[in-house]
Design a protein around this ligand. Structure first.
Ligand code: NAD
Length: 267
């Protein structure tokens, strides 16, 4: 591989990134564009979305953005339709947008709060995958879903029952999709990050009652064994790039943990 090929791993590809206005999605959209992809950012925060689009274009990349809510099926259907109308194809889907939502004891969690987390994190992932399939089944491609260590390896974050349930379900859904879509050469994988420095706290509402159900757990050696601090969105973006590119051509139906071993001590 020449240096230029190494730096242009998604040349000619079209990638849709949800939640691309911030954190992991933003870093991934920028990195994918740097590697030659035409990137379509789907995001409900219009201001941030425009900033990322501008940033990509200023550095010579190509980007398009749609203000949309991933939990609204008609919006997601329209995003993919407009993407293909504009760029003629679709190769990569990064179903990344998500919220922590309301953190509360199960007894006090409202139906509405639980439902909002499910609607965005789980049903939003379903819509993102579902409405992309018609545009990818002719030629194949890569789908990547952002899950979490929560719900898969970690169950000790009190109040996260809705969030963790959606993150576990995303991995089950990813495996069902990987098998079902293999005949179309569509690969589907999940990323399970540990703590990553992003703006996720803006979409987190911790109720004071969580204190009442919390069992104190202490980690004398710190809870980030590898780096002694949370990971960066760029580190997760590098993994998304790998899963989006031909470098991972035989990987499908797999969840990959990116947490510096945090989940191995948290449990
Ligand atoms: P972030 O808040 O920085 O970015 C998430 C983006 O998604 C935001 O721009 C937000 O506006 C957007 N978004 C939220 N709901 C949306 C909706 N309904 N429709 C469209 N856009 C929506 O957070 P992040 O940490 O980059 O989160 C990305 C993903 O990573 C999420 O799925 C999250 O669960 C997962 N994750 C994050 C961490 C972490 O520590 N940051 C750890 C594990 C998993």
């Amino acid at each position: 591989m020449t240096k230029q090929q190494e730096n242009q791993r998604l040349q000619g590809k079209v990638a849709v990134v949800t939640g691309g206005g911030s954190g992991i999605g933003r870093a991934s959209a920028i990195l994918m564009a740097k590697h030659g992809a035409k990137v379509v950012i789907v995001e409900r925060n219009g201001d941030r979305l425009k900033q990322v689009e501008k940033e990509i274009e200023q550095s010579g990349g190509t980007a398009l953005s749609f203000v949309a809510d991933i939990s609204k099926p008609e919006m997601m259907e329209s995003c993919f339709k407009r993407t293909v109308e504009k760029y003629g194809t679709l190769d990569i889907v990064f179903a990344n947008a998500g919220i922590n939502g309301v953190l509360a004891p199960i007894e006090l969690m409202t139906d509405q709060d639980f439902g909002t987390t499910v609607d965005i994190n789980l049903k939003g992932t379903f819509y993102t995958v579902k409405y992309a399939i018609p545009y990818m089944k002719e030629h194949g491609g890569s789908m990547i879903i952002t899950s979490s260590i929560n719900g898969n390896r970690v169950f000790s974050n009190f109040g996260f029952s809705a969030y963790s349930s959606t993150k576990a379900a995303q991995v089950a859904f990813m495996k069902m999709a990987a098998l079902e879509l293999a005949q179309f050469k569509i690969r589907v994988n999940a990323i399970c990050p540990g703590a990553i420095e992003t703006n996720i706290d803006e979409n987190t509402e911790r109720t004071p009652e969580v204190e009442e159900i919390t069992i104190p757990v202490e980690f004398p050696e710190g809870d980030h064994p590898l780096a002694d601090k949370p990971g960066s969105a760029k580190q997760v973006a590098e993994l998304a790039l790998f899963l989006a590119s031909k470098d991972s051509s035989h990987i499908t139906g797999t969840e990959i943990y990116i947490d510096g071993a945090e989940s191995l001590i948290h449990g």
